[in-house]
Design a protein around this ligand. Structure first.
Ligand code: UD1
Length: 432
């Protein structure tokens, strides 16, 4: 059996300009939200990724016609109203849970199963279900199926125990289809939430405060599909900036939103990079030595994003001194460090804390992507390392990056995507 791998020869400083892709974490809830609208929604700048294809499949099963042409995705209701997502689709993508709010908002009933695996530790859906109950939804679990029904969906006062991104988005989408006003407190403030609310308001919804801790949704408005461009992907942007930093390069990102990335840009500066912003462009140059960052703590927005934690750790492995990272959002988000250690990094993990003792350089190795951002972090490290790194299990990276190898190639990176025979590699002892 053959699989694919990325083969990266490190040590070449990345140089040049690229345009940032549309945000995966915005495109997925926007596609789900289109269920709430009559007529056609046309989403522009949708990244071409396996998670987006999975969301299209779910929409088609639910009775929409979802078609894609390049980065434009059109979604239109066909009239059929299926409210069940099969288990295989729920498992294909963690974000399948994003369909709960809009299906309930539109049809007042929904049957799902638990969303996919647990690569970052347990990812419960208790807060999603508790918020829907507050809006009048009754929930029964039956042989692995979660059946949700509501005679009518009613606006409610909902306070989140912690500011979950997905729960905030699901509440907004359900509340748009509910009668009356919903006041959501301790809401997550990630920019993707404001993007979702902007789209829904453009379709006719009445949502205020999205992007702040209190969001007010006045439900029951008739929504009509519209054309909308997905916001830029701040984590993909951070990935390319980190790779430039690790390789000692100098790059420019266009089509970015630097205001959404302040905590990330601040850490890159602290690590010794020169960072400049002008409108929607971000410049990064790293000509001197990388400096350690004494303490980085992942936090809900506007704090340092958990999704950028693996990426920055790949940079700090070669900083001159000790960096400490604390991961507060997910339990097992240091799996990538075993692969970086295979490449020569000196890292120790104790509970939520990782201590990175910088080494002069990393070396190429054969590693296996552990999860989406962990796999991208291995590529970041590889561009700064001496020699050749082979990265396998690319399905993780394909979930979140559009044209990953081609983009690095256009920055002068020595990277190719090639097929290999799994049995050959087993003989060589590949693994992270
Ligand atoms: C979203 C992002 C993901 C990012 C994460 C945190 C998308 C598609 N994904 O994921 O890339 O890493 O935000 O910024 O936007 N929790 C519960 N019960 C629940 C729901 C969540 O305990 O019902 C916990 C989670 O286990 C986690 C914390 O809440 O510890 C935050 O997770 P959440 O913000 O919900 O992440 P996602 O929306 O899944």
């Amino acid at each position: 059996m053959t699989e694919e791998m990325l083969q990266i020869t490190g040590g070449i400083p990345l140089q040049g300009e690229i345009t940032v892709q549309g945000a995966k974490n915005s495109a997925l809830p926007l596609m789900a939200a289109a269920l709430l609208c009559e007529g056609e929604t046309v989403l522009k700048r949708v990244p071409q990724l396996s998670d987006v294809y999975a969301a299209s499949r779910i929409l088609n099963r639910l009775g929409c016609r979802c078609t894609a042409e390049g980065s434009t995705v059109s979604i239109r209701h066909s009239g059929a109203e299926n409210c069940e997502i099969p288990d295989a689709d729920m498992r294909a993508m963690r974000s399948s849970i994003m369909f709960l709010g809009p299906i309930l908002g539109r049809m007042h009933r929904c049957t799902i199963t638990m969303p996919g695996g647990c690569e970052l530790g347990p990812r419960p859906i208790d807060m999603h279900l508790a918020a829907m109950r507050r809006m009048g939804v009754q929930i029964f679990e039956d042989g692995g199926k979660i059946r949700c029904t509501a005679e009518k969906l009613s606006g409610a006062r909902i306070h989140l125990p912690l500011p979950s991104v997905g729960v905030t988005e699901n509440v907004i989408m359900a509340a748009v289809g509910a009668e009356g006003e919903t006041v959501l407190t301790n809401a997550a403030r990630e920019p993707e939430i404001a993007d979702l609310a902007n789209y829904l308001n453009q379709c006719g919804a009445d949502i205020s405060g999205a992007g702040e801790s209190t969001v007010v949704i006045r439900g029951g408005k008739k929504l009509t599909g519209t054309e909308y461009a997905v916001m830029p992907d701040r984590i993909a942007a951070m990935t390319y900036l980190c790779a430039a930093a690790a390789s000692g390069g100098s790059i420019c990102l266009s089509g970015a939103n630097p205001r959404d990335m302040e905590s990330c840009l601040h850490v890159l500066e602290a690590a010794g990079c020169t960072v400049g912003c002008c409108g929607s462009r971000i410049f990064l140059d790293r000509s001197g030595a990388l400096k350690p960052v004494p303490y980085i703590c992942t936090m809900p927005y506007p704090g340092f994003p958990t999704d950028a934690q693996a990426l920055i750790s790949a940079v700090l492995c070669t900083a001159k001194g000790t960096s400490v990272i604390e991961e507060t959002i997910f339990e097992s988000r240091y799996k990538h460090l075993a692969a970086l250690m295979r490449m020569g990094a000196n890292a120790r993990v104790s509970g939520r804390t990782a201590v990175l003792q910088g080494v002069p350089r990393l070396h190429g190795a054969s590693v296996e992507a552990t999860d989406l951002r962990g796999g991208a972090a291995m590529a970041v490290a590889a561009f700064g390392a001496e020699g050749v790194t082979d990265i396998t299990a690319l399905h993780h990276i394909d979930r979140g990056y559009e044209h990953f190898a081609e983009t690095f190639h256009s920055l002068g990176g020595a990277v190719r995507r090639c097929r290999f025979s799994a049995s050959e590699r087993e003989k060589q002892g590949v693994g992270a």
